[in-house]
Design a binder for this molecule. Sequence first.
Ligand SMILES: [Cu+2]
Length: 228
Amino acid sequence: MSTRTTLIGGLTVAVLAVALILSGFGAALAVGGVGSKAASTTTATTAGNSTSAAPYVLTLVLTTNSVFNSTVQSQPAFFVLGPNGLQSAANFTLPANRLIKMVIINYDDGNASLVIPGDNVVSGTTGNSIFVASNDNVNASQGPSGIALKGGENLTSVPSSEIAHTFTVPALNLNIPIPLSSTVVAYFRVGQAGTYFWFCETRCGFGPAGTLGAMSTPGWMTGSMVAS
Ligand SMILES: [Cu+2]
């Protein structure tokens, strides 16, 4: 379970933003931080064209039990599933101008409220939809020879009460709400090479507004992805 906190409102977020700017992380959050849809590209170079037909598969794993520090205790975190296991999601690469197949395996079964209520809607993916597989898609009814599979479902939005986290890249208008205990598959393309900041847009972190701890720390609920 990730840390759940009650909402206090926008003031705390504003204070957080100032604090983060002072702490040096503001370069990221000031231009496209939590709750922001502003562009957050910091560098842009000429994109090389790729003719690869197969999508580039990027798998993220979302865990819940990493100890942030002795005060904050357990926080949720995104990781990249690499060839040797889990790697930090603080900074990862992906190809520009190529279809990306992003798979997000989410172990978190806890709901966290959205920073922006509209972020329960999918955007920036192929068809503005995501494919979700979860326990709900298994044994939906008992078939004559055992488990009856529903398989999964394509969604263009997720009820806010069923969202654990989001994977959101404001500069790409990419928003992937991630349901509780689910595997999400989404396709998208990064048209221009550059560095893009990604965020979770739920209040899944620490503090009175849930925006501290994991939510304000690269490699937990935010980071950068470099398209080249
Ligand atoms: Cu989160």
